[in-house]
Unconditional design. Structure first.
Ligand SMILES: Cc1cc2nc3c(=O)[nH]c(=O)nc-3n(C[C@H](O)[C@H](O)[C@H](O)COP(=O)(O)O)c2cc1C
Ligand SMILES: Cc1cc2nc3c(=O)[nH]c(=O)nc-3n(C[C@H](O)[C@H](O)[C@H](O)COP(=O)(O)O)c2cc1C
Ligand SMILES: Cc1cc2nc3c(=O)[nH]c(=O)nc-3n(C[C@H](O)[C@H](O)[C@H](O)COP(=O)(O)O)c2cc1C
Ligand SMILES: Cc1cc2nc3c(=O)[nH]c(=O)nc-3n(C[C@H](O)[C@H](O)[C@H](O)CO)c2cc1C
Ligand code: SF4
Ligand code: SF4
Ligand code: SF4
Ligand code: SF4
Ligand code: FES
Lengths: 191, 343, 563, 216, 231, 182
């Protein structure tokens, strides 16, 4: 139990997927202009990422095995892309409201490095099924956490007298840098 | 045409900052008393660097220089950075840290009032990550080391890195009480034995506990003068006390007692001078309590389990990230609105 | 004793009330000329009902209310209307507004006055009378008082506002000291009109003489009114806050006091109601404080329309005076010029100098010290409102309850960065209002445009149908003719050809007709008209050609319709 | 319903088509590069070993001469590792052992070392660590030569109390401000040597079947 | 392809629509492996290779793919290409392969690859698509190189360290000690340095663009610019 | 190699079927985005964006065919709103699409010949009058699109900027000197 908790804490804070592992940055930068959208994006990513880590574990464990390791990337990404596409279609049909909010961002999840990165890291770290799921969940929660915090700061920054050349993405980058500096404070918490 | 009101109360930004600076004096005095005058050199260096960077950035940004230099906020940042790094540090250490703090953490965001992160703590974090070796060699209190450096010796070391013949830096410096505790615990020494080490005094580190007390004194002045809100220090120190108390009760061999936590490291200066930076802390009463609790929790976690001996700086900037959300989610009820009613 | 309640925040600026309470109210002499704006109240401006050159009597109606929220304007004295034109008024915009210029004849001759017995009048009749008499709130907002008496719900408490919380202003104080009896009578009239049982008169504790006088008058009148001393705390005179202090009831945000069963009137309004009902006098004068950088600060009873310069001259402004403020230093407006006229809402004019009101230091950025939030009586977060207003983030500002701000200025008063916070709020508010209007206009335009599209579509369809019918008839006729003539040419080819020709012709005709189509508001065109329009069309085509030659950038918009 | 079925089938066929082509290309590449990759990986490992043992000092195929070492507390390992044995003329020259120092400043430090039959160290290298950059990372050969101080040391020459940093009275240098890291490394090496002493003989017996499949 | 087309595509990829600076796509590798110049350029070139090939493949294939499996198919194509590149690197540039680590397979999800496939290659013929892919890749590589160089100089005081991973042992001599006796500013090499460095580069691009715009507009001198209020 | 093929085929077939099924089963029509965009546009219907009216422009944006900085009547504010709605960066106006001050059309009633051409041009029916009669513009409904100006054969329509009055006066943004006086 504590182990699982540590995995969760470790992936959310200590080895935060965005700030420390540097994965999933494009949506992190792209969808964090507004708090609401970043929350929704976080939720969608959490859903997809958890499913992706679970199903890719199954694919890897039961379909591929050690001999076909060279198919890992290929099969994972196809599974992920299909999951995302399917989710998108279902959401679009069943909940137009949710689709309104997430519509533009759902396809983006496919190209979120984190979504492929976490299953690959799972394989590398030889996680079992539960661990894989937790690792995916934790990674996604960490992603959501930093994105929401970042969105909050970016919203506030809109009003700041930022020098012209830094306005927009440049200052966002610097902010992300200082955030990752802050996240270094967690280093060593979970060894 | 000017809008109403036409009268104002004459308490200005520079006076607020100045009072904060005054409030630092007791702590600084005790610092000099226990550790020698090297810290004054650090302060002078950091302050010069702060003012120079501030002026340069204002010029670059095409903003008036004079009024912003005269608001003392850069000066305060400089002093706080100097107080958080080892006094006997090479001259470029406070300079690099302060310049980074003012240029990147403050002016890239638009200068005074716009920075989301506490500049001084960003400066400190950058230094401890980039130069961990230089940042962990603290002066032993006067009379603790085998030899005492004269004022001139300290100056010479700071600028040229040369110590008087026959002296070794090792003999003059030590790791901080928190650091030592961490190392010794790591090596398996029980708490009680650790506390018997010569560097510890009654509450915490010899000398440094008194400096912390000095900062607490200044902090109480700030509280009384209503310069800082009470929620922040109370929530922070309270959380730190409660957590360390509980852990200390459960396992006294591995966890330091609450007062040790209070009087070592940056707890006191953090509670009264750093977390309270108005610009980077929440503006609502509830938000401040949440902020203080969060910072206390993180400080304790990092001290007890993390990779850094002290956690105040990282806890501060980690909580700084949360400020916009804390503010947004703790908006007070306004006149004529029901609690919890949709805004 | 009524148990007092309190509200969050508030400030204690120096009151400076002593100066102008040393001497009694005196009547200001008739000025040489009175300028009476037609918009002296909240709502729509009154409509002039007198002609230039007309002689009017004191109290004669010269402006008639227009619409629901509006009020009457009366001649302040007898004399001749010499002009009805745009003139500068006391408004921060310094923009002119419609005013009547009245040159007094010195007789101060009253027109018809009709005293009434309020006890015999219904609330409705009283309201009509007050509207006729141009009674508006004299506490600052100048909201038509008759409106405030009509209420759909039961109002059980009448709060009388004698707080006068702003520094410098003493007109209500002096009025209460000297005319308490009239005020109490006025209160009774308002109470009667509202039908409340309980009346609370709130007066700040820095006006002991006024409190005593009011208490005496209440005792004398034997009405069960309660004179309540409230602590001096700015802005304790704000209606919602006074109500909170006196009754403990918080008027919900966005609601009116009547929604919680309370109504609030200023003491001077009550006095004006008394004059209007029991003496039949419309509101033509008011008590105004002249203070600040003057030799003789005091209160005057002055006619509406008196130029402020006259009043200031009476009190003798000191030489270093360089601007004038109408109202108090916390909420007043700087006068665009000192000769603008006194209006119903003008309770005070302050002569200001740099020594008296030192210009604030240059604003610094907000340091989020929340001193403003600590004093905001509405418990807003002024620093957030400021942050959003200064970055034009109006949506967020509104989300943070910008419109609950009462513009009291307490926040700006304490701000260590000397930020003109209230101006930012006013800026944001007026931008938001303008945007709302724009949005509404856009919606309207969309509707109209869509309706037009729809109409054109329908017309086109109708025309096409009509055309098709005609075509069919013509084709039949032609077919009949064709069989008679019986040409040797290939019938199919011919049919195609003629068909094509006919379609072209029809299209051309249709186009022509469409071009001359009967748009909205026009009857069917006569042949002459059509000819004329054709001529115009030709001219226009020529112009178009010229334009096209002149340069590509003058190209007409892609969808210019009608051809 | 039919339409749905047809669409599904069509889509599936389409995707399958691309999948087949993709897989074919991929498999081809895999089989073409497989041996090169295996060789490269081996080479890399050899290169590391050559830092510990001069290649001239042995003549066997060290990559094939393997002894599987069960997880052991003394080595700090928690799963089986492989020891490679260097021989010259059939005589064992050294064994290359993996060990882990569990108590580094920020977690485990993975080590690899060559031990001669007489218990003296051929050399030690850190293969993986998380120590603080700029402070504790001088144990990495890429940053500093400190790790070379182990060369040639043995427990026969130096007693237990010498296996400490100078500050604790031992023989090893350290960098001021970072003593946790060297302490951890020294302790781990010392213990690995003790393990070697205890298991010297069995370590030099190669596995009967140095099967390729056994590699991770 | 006409000359202007070529110019346009190149200008877009290298500057105007630069993936790293403007579109903010492909950030993960950009930030994660730009700690030295050699790493940065190597991954950049690998990405460029993949992008060129994938765009060239997607362009002709596009019309045969139904919409609902568009993304899976594109991704599949990319994944195949990436894995091929991965194995080639593994076989022939092993040291580099280890250093770049997980970021080689992650070229698959490098946003810019799919973005170009979607937005350019799926609407254009083969040649322009391939060229666009290449230019975008080179644009990314250029940013990677600048960022990598910057971080390496500030962080370590050297340039081209790790070059031996590409060219073997003898290349060690090529490492340039830019600042001799440098203390090392670790921050630059760590993740925060990556973010801040990229922020600075973006700001520098903004500055150049702004200056260029000013130069252009300073001739007609329009009066319409609204007065900047409180600075 | 063969196993690899089979596995990928199975995987692809399965996923392909699912997606193909889903694409029919969950088909959605219409484009709600265009409507949202249209709601942001000022509805001046002037065509300055290069599209025949606001709705077509909205549709073009929704399809990704048009930039967001083409509507001068919407002002910078409008671009900001569009940028926010679409989650893209703000983009300033181009050279040839600068907004003008707000104005309404004014018909010189002396010159007007009552030809009704302007009536046909006005997209919001803001002109009243009949043929051969003097026309007037209902100022409250005029959006200032200027479409009625070119058709007028006698050039009697001019655009009059809306003046500031007490009723439409707005508080100004506080301006004070933070910049150096030099
Ligand atoms: C649009 C509007 C409508 C109002 N309607 C009423 C009303 O129906 N009944 C009423 O008692 N007061 C009404 N009021 C008056 C307010 O209650 C209040 O007394 C007036 O605005 C003066 O406010 P004082 O708070 O300046 O702050 C109305 C005010 C406004 C602005
Ligand atoms: C900040 C603020 C302060 C006010 N102070 C007073 C005051 O001191 N005395 C007063 O009569 N009205 C004051 N008012 C106006 C009252 O809110 C309210 O409009 C008035 O009492 C209603 O009475 P009336 O309609 O008779 O003017 C103030 C309003 C505000 C917003
Ligand atoms: C941020 C930080 C990182 C540190 N990292 C290491 C490390 O990686 N290795 C280490 O041995 N000590 C590290 N230390 C230092 C230890 O905390 C401790 O001071 C030291 O090991 C004890 O040294 P001493 O016995 O020379 O006083 C670090 C200290 C700090 C503040
Ligand atoms: C009570 C108080 C505490 C402050 N604490 C800090 C601090 O911790 N770090 C700092 O850089 N500046 C501090 N300042 C100064 C100033 O607020 C700071 O430089 C701003 O963040 C710069 O925008 C403080 C100011 C006050 C009034
Ligand atoms: S002016 Fe508005 S924000 Fe400021 S104190 Fe008054 S009510 Fe609050
Ligand atoms: S009082 Fe002024 S400086 Fe302080 S928070 Fe309010 S607006 Fe900002
Ligand atoms: S430019 Fe004119 S037509 Fe086009 S969207 Fe704007 S207002 Fe509508
Ligand atoms: S009157 Fe003219 S300017 Fe006004 S909306 Fe109609 S066509 Fe446009
Ligand atoms: S490259 Fe775009 S998310 Fe990683």
């Amino acid at each position: 139990m504590t182990d699982y908790l540590l995995i969760l804490i470790g992936t959310v804070f200590v080895n935060n997927i965005v700030m420390v592992k540097i994965l999933g940055l494009c949506p992190f930068m792209g969808v964090s202009k507004k708090l609401e959208t970043s929350l929704s994006m976080g939720a969608a990513t959490t859903f997809v990422l958890t499913i992706a880590s679970g199903s890719s574990y199954l694919v890897n464990h039961y379909l591929l095995g050690p001999d076909l390791a060279y198919l890992t990337t290929l099969s994972f990404i196809v599974v992920i892309a299909a999951t995302v596409q399917f989710t998108e279609m279902v959401v679009k049909k069943t909940s137009p409201v949710l689709y309104q909010v997430l519509g533009i961002y759902l396809p983006l999840i496919t190209t979120n490095c984190a979504v492929l990165g976490i299953p690959l890291l799972n394989v590398q770290a030889k996680h079992n099924f539960i661990e894989s799921l937790l690792f995916g969940l934790g990674g996604a929660l960490g992603f959501t956490l930093v994105m929401v915090l970042f969105a909050g700061m970016r919203e506030r920054l809109e009003g700041a007298d930022v020098p012209a050349v830094f306005r927009g993405t440049a200052i966002a980058m610097v902010t992300a840098g200082l955030m990752s500096l802050a996240f270094m404070g967690f280093s060593g918490l979970v060894k | 045409m000017l809008s109403s009101p036409f009268i104002t109360r004459p308490l200005t930004v520079d006076r607020i900052m100045l009072r904060v600076l005054y409030a630092l004096l007791p702590g600084i005095t005790l610092y000099v008393w226990y550790f020698g005058p090297a810290i004054l050199v650090s302060i002078a260096l950091a302050v010069t660097a702060a003012l120079a960077t501030e002026a340069l950035m204002l010029k670059l940004r095409d903003r008036p220089v004079r009024p912003f230099l005269a608001d003392y906020s850069a000066l305060l940042t400089g002093v706080l950075i100097a107080l958080s790094i080892p006094p006997l540090a090479p001259w470029w250490l406070p300079v690099v840290g302060t310049a980074f703090a003012i240029a990147v953490a403050k002016h890239l965001y638009g200068g005074l009032g716009s920075n989301p992160f506490n500049p001084a703590m960003i400066g400190y974090a950058v230094l401890i990550i980039s130069f961990p070796q230089e940042m962990t060699q603290w002066l032993s209190p006067q009379g603790m080391g085998h030899s005492v450096l004269t004022y001139g010796d300290q100056l010479r070391y700071v600028f040229s890195g040369v110590l008087p013949v026959g002296m070794q830096l090792d003999a003059l410096t030590m790791s901080t009480p928190l650091d030592t505790m961490k190392t010794q615990l790591h090596l398996g020494m029980p708490m009680s034995d650790i506390r018997d080490l010569p560097i510890y005094g009654r509450l915490a580190g010899k000398g440094s506990e008194m400096v912390a007390a000095g900062f607490a004194l200044g902090g109480i002045y700030l509280l009384i003068a209503r310069i800082i809100p009470w929620q922040l220090p109370l929530a922070f120190l309270g959380t730190l006390f409660a957590l360390s108390g509980i852990f200390n009760l459960i396992d006294p061999a591995h966890y330091a007692p609450p007062l040790f936590h209070w009087f070592s490291g940056a707890a006191m200066i953090g509670a009264f001078f750093i977390l309270t930076d108005p610009i980077t802390s929440p503006t609502t009463a509830k938000g401040r309590i949440a902020f203080g609790i969060g910072a206390g929790l993180l400080t304790f976690l990092i001290r007890a389990y993390g990779g850094f001996p002290d956690g105040v700086a990282f806890a501060t900037i980690l909580m700084n990230m949360c400020v916009p959300l804390i503010d947004a989610w703790t908006q007070p009820r306004i006149f004529g609105k029901k609690k919890g009613s949709e805004r | 004793m009524t148990r007092l309640h309190s509200f969050h925040g508030g400030i204690h600026p120096l009151t400076h009330k002593k100066e102008s309470t040393q001497s009694p109210i005196i009547s200001a002499p008739l000025p040489a000329q009175l300028i009476v704006p037609f918009r002296q109240h909240a709502g729509d401006a009154a409509k002039p009902v007198v002609q230039v050159g007309e002689r009017v009597l004191k109290g004669q109606l010269i402006g008639e209310p227009v619409g629901m929220i509006s009020s009457s304007i009366h001649a302040p004295t007898s004399g001749t209307i010499t002009a009805i034109e745009l003139q500068q008024i006391a408004h921060p915009s310094a923009l002119p507004d419609l005013c009547a210029t009245l040159v007094p004849d010195g007789l101060d001759e009253w027109g018809v006055r009709q005293p009434l017995n309020y006890r015999q009048l219904s609330s409705d009749e009283l309201q009509k009378h007050l509207r006729r008499c141009g009674i508006v709130g004299l506490g600052g907002a100048a909201f038509p008082s008759d409106m405030k008496l009509s209420h759909p719900v039961v109002v059980d408490t009448l709060v009388i506002n004698g707080a006068e919380c702003e520094p410098y202003i003493t007109c209500d104080d002096m009025l209460m000291r000297e005319r308490a009896e009239g005020i109490v009578r006025g209160i009774e009239i308002l109470r009667h009109a509202l039908g409340t049982d309980s009346v609370l008169i709130g007066i700040e504790d820095n006006k002991p003489q006024a409190i005593a006088a009011m208490q005496r008058a209440v005792d004398d009148s034997s009405h069960p009114f309660k004179v309540v001393t409230v602590p001096t705390l700015y802005p304790g005179g704000s209606a919602k806050h006074l109500i909170k202090v006196l009754t403990g009831v918080e008027v919900p945000s966005g609601k009116l006091p009547t929604d919680v069963g309370v109504q609030c009137f200023n003491v001077a309004t009550a006095y004006a109601a008394h004059r209007a009902v029991e003496h039949g006098e419309p509101l033509v004068s008011r008590v105004v404080t002249v203070t600040g950088n003057v030799e003789q600060p005091r209160n005057y009873e002055a006619l509406i329309g008196t130029p402020f310069s006259d009043l200031v001259a009476l009190s003798v402004a000191k030489p270093d005076t360089n601007r004038y403020i109408m109202g108090g230093p916390m909420m007043g407006v700087e006068l665009p010029a000192v000769n603008v006229p006194l209006v119903k809402a003008s309770n005070c004019v302050i002569a200001a100098s740099d020594a008296l009101f030192p210009p604030p230091p240059a604003p610094m950025p907000c340091i989020r010290c929340t001193r403003c939030a600590q004093v905001c009586p509405v418990e807003l977060q002024p620093q957030d409102l400021f942050w959003f207003a200064q970055s034009h983030n109006f949506g967020k500002a509104q989300e943070f309850d910008l419109f609950d701000c009462i513009e009291c200025g307490a926040c700006a008063y304490v701000c260590p960065s000397s930020i003109p916070l209230v101006q930012y709020y006013r800026y944001a508010k007026s931008e938001i209002r303008a945007r709302d209007l724009e949005k509404r206009a856009a919606d309207l335009a969309r509707e109209r445009h869509e309706f037009r599209q729809f109409r054109i579509e329908r017309e086109k369809q109708e025309k096409a149908e009509r055309l098709a019918q005609k075509e069919r008839a013509a084709a039949e006729a032609k077919a009949a003719a064709a069989t008679v003539i019986a040409t040797p040419v290939d019938p199919t080819a011919d049919a195609d050809d003629t068909q094509q020709m006919r379609i072209d012709a029809a299209l051309a005709r249709a186009k022509e007709q469409a071009a001359a189509a009967t748009p909205k508001n026009t009857e069917a065109l006569t042949p002459e008209q059509r000819a004329e329009i054709e001529a115009i069309e030709a001219r226009r085509a020529h112009i178009h050609e010229l334009a096209a030659d002149a340069g590509a950038d003058d190209e007409p918009p892609k969808h210019s319709q009608g051809n | 319903m039919k339409r749905i079925a047809r669409s599904s089938l069509q889509t599936a066929v389409n995707l399958v088509f691309f999948a087949i082509i993709g897989t074919a290309i991929l498999s081809a590449t895999y089989y073409l590069t497989r041996d090169t990759i295996a060789a490269t990986v081996e080479q890399a490992k050899l290169k590391l070993v050559s830092q510990l043992l001069p290649p001239s000092s042995y003549d066997n195929d060290i990559m094939q001469d393997i002894h599987t070492v069960a997880a052991d507390e003394m080595l700090g390992t928690d799963e089986a590792t492989q020891a490679h044995i260097a021989r010259r003329d059939g005589q064992p020259v050294a064994v290359v052992l993996e060990a882990v120092a569990p108590d580094g400043y920020s977690g485990k430090i993975a080590l690899i070392m060559a031990i001669h039959p007489d218990g003296s160290l051929g050399g030690v290298r850190v293969v993986n660590h998380n120590e603080t950059p700029g402070l504790g990372d001088y144990i990495d050969i890429a940053k500093h030569d400190w790790i070379k101080t182990f060369d040639g040391r043995s427990r026969t020459l130096f007693k237990d109390e010498m296996w400490k940093v100078r500050k604790d009275g031992g023989m090893f240098e350290y960098m001021a401000g970072a003593t946790v890291t060297p302490r951890a490394v020294i302790k781990a090496v010392n213990r690995a040597l003790q393990y070697f002493e205890a298991h010297r003989d069995e370590l030099f017996i190669a596995d009967a079947q140095p099967a390729k499949g056994a590699r991770k | 392809m006409t000359l202007t087309e070529i110019k346009d595509i190149a200008y877009n990829g290298l500057w105007k629509q630069n993936p790293g600076l403007v579109q903010l796509l492909g950030l993960c590798p950009l930030l994660a492996v730009s700690n030295t110049l050699v790493n940065a350029v190597s991954l950049g070139l690998a990405t460029t290779l993949v992008m060129t090939l994938s765009s060239a493949t997607v362009a002709p294939v596009r019309s045969y793919v139904p919409n609902e499996i568009r993304i899976p198919v594109f991704v599949l194509i990319i994944a195949v290409l990436v894995t091929v590149v991965q194995y080639l690197m593994n076989a022939y540039l092993y040291g580099l392969y280890i250093v770049l680590g997980i970021f080689v397979p992650l070229i698959v999800t490098n946003c810019i690859v799919l973005a170009r496939a979607e937005s350019f290659a799926s609407k254009n013929p083969v040649l322009p698509s391939a060229f666009d892919g290449m230019m975008m890749g080179l644009g990314l590589t250029a940013v990677l190189a600048v960022l990598g160089g910057l971080r390496e100089i500030v962080g370590k005081g050297t340039l081209l360290s790790g070059i031996d991973l590409l060219f073997g042992e003898q290349a060690k001599a090529w490492v340039i000690p830019v600042i001799p006796d440098y203390h090392g500013f670790l921050l630059a090499i760590l993740p925060p340095g990556a973010f801040i460095g990229l922020g600075l580069i973006i700001a520098a691009k903004n500055w150049l663009d702004l200056r260029a715009a000013k130069k252009v507009s300073s001739q007609p001198a329009p009066e319409t610019l609204p007065e900047a209020a409180q600075g | 190699m063969i196993t690899a093929l089979w596995i990928m085929i199975a995987l692809a077939a399965l996923l392909g079927m699912i997606l193909g099924y889903a694409s029919i089963r969950f088909r959605v029509e219409g484009n709600p985005l265009a409507e949202k965009i249209d709601a942001v546009l000022p509805q001046t219907q002037c065509g300055q964006c290069g599209y025949p009216g606001c709705k077509p422009y909205a549709e073009a944006i929704a399809k990704g065919e048009a930039d967001i900085n083409l509507c001068p009547p919407g002002g910078e504010e409008g671009i900001h709103k569009l940028a926010e709605l679409l989650g893209v960066e703000f983009k300033p106006f181009g050279e040839n699409a600068q907004p003008k001050p707000k104005a309404v059309a004014f018909i010189d009633e002396q010159t007007c010949i009552g030809c009704t051409l302007c009536i046909q041009a006005c997209p919001v029916d803001a002109i009243s009058g009949a043929a051969k009669q003097m026309h007037t513009i209902i100022a409250a409904e005029c959006t200032g699109c200027e479409l009625c100006v070119p058709p007028c054969p006698v050039d009697c329509i001019s655009m009059v900027p809306i003046e500031e009055q007490l009723t439409n006066w707005k508080w100004r943004y506080p301006v004070f000197k933070l910049r150096q006086t030099s």
